[in-house]
Design a protein around this ligand. Structure first.
Ligand code: NAP
Length: 248
């Protein structure tokens, strides 16, 4: 049976079928939250996340939505209303990355990244803002590639830098209803996007941290869990870098 600081609270975690989102969903559930396990393509992974939560005594349901489509996000939140009847924590973890030369700009890739990384968190937060009350939380995942852009990462870095502006603006607006809004900025992390990174890329990131490794999704989930907790009541509009002191 789960019991903890989030008991009786309801959370939604986007992209919880794999990677960092999955670890966040499991971690919040361990603190007692009921979790809406959102996914887009990872149906099996989402089911496994929800099953793991239920096996530990928690409550969870899965829901498919393309976060780039507002109607999909509206439907996700309607399901949360129906299943939980409340919302306390919204975590924007779904995100996509791709790189490429400026001269080879691909508009489809641009629209894809703008859709998932920019429109998605905005649609999710807009629905969350209608439901969150005192003690509510929005936690946005940005990227250390927004802090330290690399050649070829321009679009991804820019979409993730925008997240920081969203956080600061939403924190000012929603603080009036008792809601905190914060950013977690992961460095290179696995499980997650680094799983599919080319070998040389992975070695580069391993060596970029004085710890000689990249981060784990569980380590990112711990930061999110703190921000979601009542202990973080005075932390809002903040951006927390979790990258093992790497300059990448
Ligand atoms: N891992 C890293 O090294 C790292 C570093 C810095 C920042 N981040 C950030 O951390 C967050 C999580 O990344 P991750 O490493 O867990 O990535 P990941 O393992 O590549 O997973 C990407 C997630 O985004 C979801 N997603 C993709 N397209 C979507 C769409 N159209 N609609 C809804 N969901 C969609 C995926 O869902 P499905 O699988 O269900 O399609 C999946 O859960 C992202 O915002 C990322 O930018 C990651």
């Amino acid at each position: 049976m789960v019991s903890g600081v989030l008991e009786g609270k309801a959370a939604v975690v986007t992209g919880a079928g794999r990677g960092i989102g999955r670890e966040i969903a499991l971690r919040l559930a361990r603190d007692g939250a009921n979790v809406a396990v959102h996914y887009s393509g990872s149906e099996e992974g989402a089911r496994a996340t929800a099953d793991a939560i239920r096996n530990e005594g928690g409550q969870a349901f899965t829901f498919r939505a393309d976060v780039a489509r507002r109607a999909d996000v509206t439907a996700l939140f309607a399901a949360i209303d129906e299943q939980f009847g409340r919302l306390d924590i919204a975590v924007n973890s779904a995100g996509v990355s791709a790189g490429g030369a400026l001269a080879d700009l691909d508009e489809d890739q641009l629209e894809w990244m703008l859709g998932v990384n920019f429109r998605g968190p905005l649609f999710v937060a807009s629905e969350a803002a209608k439901r969150l009350g005192a003690g509510g939380r929005i936690i946005n995942l940005a990227s250390s590639l927004a802090e330290f852009p690399m050649g070829g990462s321009g679009i991804y870095s820019a979409t993730k830098l925008a997240i920081k502006s969203f956080t600061e603006s939403w924190a000012k607006e929603l603080g009036k209803q008792g809601v905190t809004v914060n950013t977690v900025i992961p460095g290179a992390t696995a499980p997650g996007m680094m799983d599919t990174a080319p070998e040389g890329f992975r070695a580069f990131f391993d060596n970029a941290s004085p710890f000689g490794r990249i981060g784990t999704a569980a380590e990112i989930a711990e930061v999110v869990a703190f921000l979601a907790s009542p202990q973080a009541s005075w932390v809002s509009g903040a951006h927390i870098l979790a990258n093992g002191a790497a300059n990448t």
